[in-house]
Design a protein around this ligand. Structure first.
Ligand code: G3P
Length: 225
């Protein structure tokens, strides 16, 4: 599974990009607005941190297909590199998706809550779909189950579209979508850090340090070879 960071917080992006194997950053209007930042400069800063090869996903705010396409082209020209326009599912979004395919701009169709929304997005030419796992769980609608159904539906029809699950609140949800064969997860830095943690890992590493220090003191490997 490919891990993506779901934030516009530059410090979080710097940490994730340096210490974790993330392959991109997703944003949406809420995530950007939370930062109360200069929108254009923030996108350029994110691109500067992650480089051209990692995906940067920026969401449209337009409600008309032609305007969504104009925004997508302008954003692509601004941030360059591996760029995806995030477009909420709906009539304007589906029309824009079909138009953007001709412009060769990748679409991440977002705000997906059912497998049929996902299949429609894929048929319209979206490269990625983003189902919201925790928001489904919060209404007792089985977010992981929806992700599993999307993955199975895409496999059934051999569509050229991947599932990028979003809206996670815990490690268990991330693990469950991984088991369902989900291709990407976009998560917060807190969850990314939690994926790497286990109390027994800390105990094991403390034991290695203690045993080493008992014999070699504060000498490092490079001191001894
Ligand atoms: O990318 C969509 C995702 O950010 C939604 O997450 O936490 O607002 O449900 P959340």
């Amino acid at each position: 599974m490919i891990y993506i960071l779901d934030t516009a917080d530059l410090e979080a992006i710097k940490i994730a990009n340096e210490f974790y194997p993330i392959e991109g950053v997703t944003t949406n209007p809420s995530i950007i607005a939370r930062e109360k930042c200069d929108f254009k400069q923030r996108l350029l800063d994110i691109r500067n941190i992650i480089g051209k090869d990692k995906m940067l996903c920026v969401q449209t705010t337009s409600k008309v297909a032609e305007d969504i396409v104009k925004e997508a082209i302008a954003l692509r020209d601004l941030v360059g590199g591996e760029f995806y326009i995030k477009v909420p599912i709906g009539e304007a979004g589906l029309k824009a998706c079909m138009m953007l395919k001709k412009e060769n701009i990748g679409v991440l169709m977002t705000a997906i809550f059912t497998p049929q929304q996902a299949l429609l997005a894929a048929k319209a030419g979206a490269k990625l779909v983003a189902p919201y796992v925790n928001r489904l769980d919060m209404v007792n609608a089985d977010g992981v189950g929806v992700v599993a159904d999307i993955v199975a539906t895409f496999e059934n029809y051999g569509v050229d579209c991947k599932c990028l699950a979003a809206s996670f609140k815990n490690v268990q949800q991330v693990n469950d979508v991984a088991l369902a064969g989900c291709h990407y997860s976009t998560i917060s830095l807190d969850i990314l850090k939690a994926l790497a943690k286990h109390p027994l890992t800390d105990v094991a590493v403390d034991g290695f340090d203690k045993d080493w220090n008992n014999v070699y003191g504060d000498k490092t490997i490079l001191d001894l070879i």
